[in-house]
Write a protein that binds this ligand. Sequence first.
Ligand code: FAD
Length: 472
Amino acid sequence: QKTIVWFRKDLRLHDHQALWEASQNGSVIPIFIWPHEEHHLLSGEASLWWLHHSLLALQEEFKEHYGVDLIIRKGNSLDILIEVMEDTGANALYFNERYEPFAIKRDHYVIESLNKIGVDIRTFHSNLLYNPFTIANLSGDPYKVFTPFWKRCLNESISRPLPRPSLLNGIDKVVSTIEVAELGLLPTIRWDEKLHCYWQPGEKGAISVWELFIQKDLHSYKTGRDYPSLQAGSRLSPHLAWGEISPRAMWYSLEMEQSHIPMNEQIEAYKRQLIWREFGYYQLVHFPTISKAPLRPAFEHFPWDENQDNLLKWQKGETGYPLVDAGMRELWETGTMHNRVRMVVASFLVKHLLIPWTYGAKWFQHTLVDFDLANNSMGWQWVTGSGLDSAPYFRIFNPITQGEKFDRDGEYIRKWVPELTKLPNPYIHRPWTAPSELLKSVGIKLNETYPLPIIDHDFARKRALAAYDKIK
Ligand code: FAD
């Protein structure tokens, strides 16, 4: 049999079920198609930068391990698949499922069309721990609350991850392909060079980050994960978003670690985050409007304020609230932001500024290297209070006390907001309260070198609660 393995958001060789199954049964034709039909929906600029480099890495892996070419094409997925089948005589198509509504629709169409011409099609759930279509509560309905979902997941078995195939038979025929560069994934204004300082896209990069994390930071994960200056997270999210590492392989290594140290709460905390990721995909599958509309209908009538000036100040990290500004600048510089700070900046946008969460989600889509429709939508709806199992609207993050609690000595703030570096600790989270002599001595001129708060916290809080009262 000659099988086309269609790579999408699973840019790896290990525990890749579609590739593994195809490799067991004849020759394999690996292909990545940059599809016209989902172009603008798939990603933003930062994650396209990631995709470009991840594809180069995957091409190299195929060459190095198997001497096989990864075919790269752009255009309509179905047309290209049919063309490659005709060119190569392939009679089977295997791929791992995707879960975004537009991808599900497109895949149904591809499957239906190719079934009609007798192609053998097999699909797998290789990018998640569980098949989201089969998990339901006792009444057969989808779960809406995280904790019962998490408990249910823990009762499901997870099969052992597959190794990368030791051998892969390619085909003799040369198949038409293009260079990764021809996909045009890199931005025309080259702001992206700096991202290389922080990331190594591709499976090799993913595995080395994971191995280092297990050795070093996993055992203090729960204790450290909320403190942005500690960098206690695994930083695997962009690798997971592009499927460069398999969650099943990660889970398996966590179980191995737990067999030495059972009931370890640090490992348990990490597993919980992986299940939050599953819950994001689960919601996207069962509540596909999550990326566009509030899941709580009352929020459709929320009195938002679409103030473009404030939106711009938020995007540029010029709100006058140091923790918010540090987060937004970290995002711009590195393509990521610490999870605790994501919650604070998102809350600031929707609750302090009353700007619609979809504007924030769009900005994250363009700037995050780990942008992922499922988790970004769940994150924003969670913070807004419009999601299924989300923070209640009346719980409004205070950007000053969050800073005092989670960045006590202002280390994170000083890293990303250098104009505040010399400000002593008592004022680092509220520079506007510092005596003017002190500000002068550390070179800060409020509203010149660093902005005054664009909105007063107490006023914003009352205004947000009043707005919420209108829709309750
Ligand atoms: P770790 O703490 O090491 O966690 C391990 C993995 O678990 C992560 O890589 C991620 O895949 C998953 N995970 C961790 N926390 C969450 C969470 N809260 N929700 C879902 N999955 C989680 N994550 C994305 O991958 N893509 C996004 O586009 C995204 N947008 C977000 C938007 C908002 C407003 C918020 C509040 C959160 C968002 N998150 C998103 C979730 C989370 O912030 C990141 O996954 C996390 O910061 C990544 O860092 P890490 O890899 O070090 O995570």
